[in-house]
Design a protein around this ligand. Structure first.
Ligand code: TRP
Ligand code: SF4
Length: 333
């Protein structure tokens, strides 16, 4: 029996943080044993909302590879590749662009939201509007059955499915597979200040932070604001350090900490020290593995190139089928 194909990508627009690790990477690792997984670095997508500042783009690609491998993504099981090395993504993007109605793109929530909220960068580009079309090309080139994504990506998946149906209706050949979104069990982790963890909010713990830096950040997580003195009784449910405990601390200990907080039997400093220890233990294997891989960028790039070769074959095959369905495959001389 052939295994179902999973495909997902990460935009290489910056350093990965603990939220990415828990929200996506851990799921990717789990899926490797059950599915035929394709994971790729979406470096073109990184340009779509930040075309001017490209100084770190190349470094981000290697760093992403390092984080994937350190997290346990296994190149023996999964195909890891780099989007910009596979031109078929761009070709299919052009072709899908021909059939995608403009209003479908203009109503995508992430488009509207960023257009309104991003102030320091120019978002009024064709590439940014077309972002979900490129994403659709990424997915359907590999005939992926499932795409693990977070909730913010669901509209992109829905659009991908619409584009597939549209293509099949127009050209009368079933070339592509309509992918399903796969939402993993998501461990919710806020940023240090309680907002969503994000590089741009300055509230993130990065996977590249040293254990010391991580401990320091944990020590400044915003706690119950009403608990001013150690003798004040606290409410763990409004404390962001407690949200971290819920992810990293053994279950029986979590409820004990909650009770101690309510009874003012534990101070916030001690509570966060214990948290830092637990986060350290949780990330210990990752940290060690990352430390090794950071010294082996060449090996990491070799793995990404190896996977790219494999992925290219699949992409070329699907693109040929699409061009044939569209009646645009020019016979060779
Ligand atoms: N848009 C995704 C993100 O920002 C990245 C991405 C690009 C992607 N192409 C994809 C995810 C294809 C899944 C499948 O996280
Ligand atoms: Fe938060 Fe712990 Fe302080 Fe309670 S004791 S407010 S859970 S840091």
């Amino acid at each position: 029996m052939t295994r179902k194909r999973v495909l997902s990508g990460m935009q290489s627009s910056g350093k990965l943080h603990l939220g990415n690790y828990l929200g996506a990477l851990e799921n990717w690792v789990k899926m490797q044993d059950e599915y035929d997984c394709f994971y790729f670095v979406a470096d073109w997508h990184a340009l779509s909302s930040n075309y001017a500042d490209t100084a770190e783009l190349k470094g981000n690609v290697v760093d992403m590879g390092i984080n994937w491998l350190a997290a346990g993504i296994d190149p023996e099981k999964s195909t890891l590749f780099i989007q910009s090395l596979i031109p078929q993504h761009a070709v299919l993007y052009v072709l899908l662009g021909m059939i995608t109605p403009l209003p479908w793109l203009e109503r995508v929530p992430s488009y509207k939201e960023k257009l309104e909220n991003v102030e320091n960068r120019d978002m009024h580009t064709y590439g940014f509007l077309g972002y979900p079309v490129l994403q659709a090309a990424d997915i359907i080139l590999y005939k992926a059955n499932m795409v693990p994504v977070g909730i913010d990506q669901l509209p992109h998946l829905e659009l991908t499915r619409e584009i597939v149906r549209h293509f099949h209706n127009i050209y009368g050949k079933q070339v592509f597979v309509e992918p399903d979104a796969k939402m993993g069990e998501v461990k919710k982790l806020p940023g240090l200040d309680g907002r969503k963890m994000s590089k741009s909010y300055g509230n993130a713990i990065f996977l590249s932070d040293t254990p010391q830096e991580r401990d320091r950040k944990i020590s400044i997580i915003v706690t119950d604001p009403a608990r001013v003195r150690k003798t004040d009784k606290g409410d763990p449910e409004v404390c962001h350090a407690y949200s971290f405990h819920k992810v990293f601390t053994p279950v029986d200990r979590i409820s004990q900490i909650g009770a101690d907080c309510r009874a003012a039997a534990i101070g916030c400093v001690a509570c966060k020290k214990e948290l830092a220890k637990n986060v350290g233990a949780y990330m210990e294997k990752f940290d060690a593995s990352r430390a090794t891989l950071v010294g082996q960028p060449k090996r990491v790039m070799e793995i990404l190139h190896e996977g790219t070769k494999k992925a290219s074959k699949v992409a070329a095959q699907t693109l040929a089928e699409a061009e044939d369905a569209m009646g645009i495959s020019i016979p060779a001389l």
